[in-house]
Design a protein around this ligand. Structure first.
Ligand SMILES: [Zn+2]
Length: 61
């Protein structure tokens, strides 16, 4: 199966309003959520349109 082209890995500079790099849609569902010590929340989100997933790291104050 054809792999999508890789440009830059999505790291840092994450914003609210995540947009899929693959198809440009903004419909993500959270596949899992992991809490780390230090108030860091890691979420794995999957695009509902093309299935591409991405990890987001958020710091909760
Ligand atoms: Zn997509």
């Amino acid at each position: 199966m054809p792999r999508p082209k890789r440009d830059m890995p999505a790291q840092g500079g994450q914003k609210v309003g995540l947009v899929c790099r693959e198809c440009g849609c903004q419909h993500f569902r959270v596949v899992y959520l992991k809490r780390r010590p230090g108030g860091i929340v890691v979420r794995r989100r999957e695009c509902r349109n093309c299935g591409r997933w991405t990890l987001t790291r958020e710091t909760q104050v």
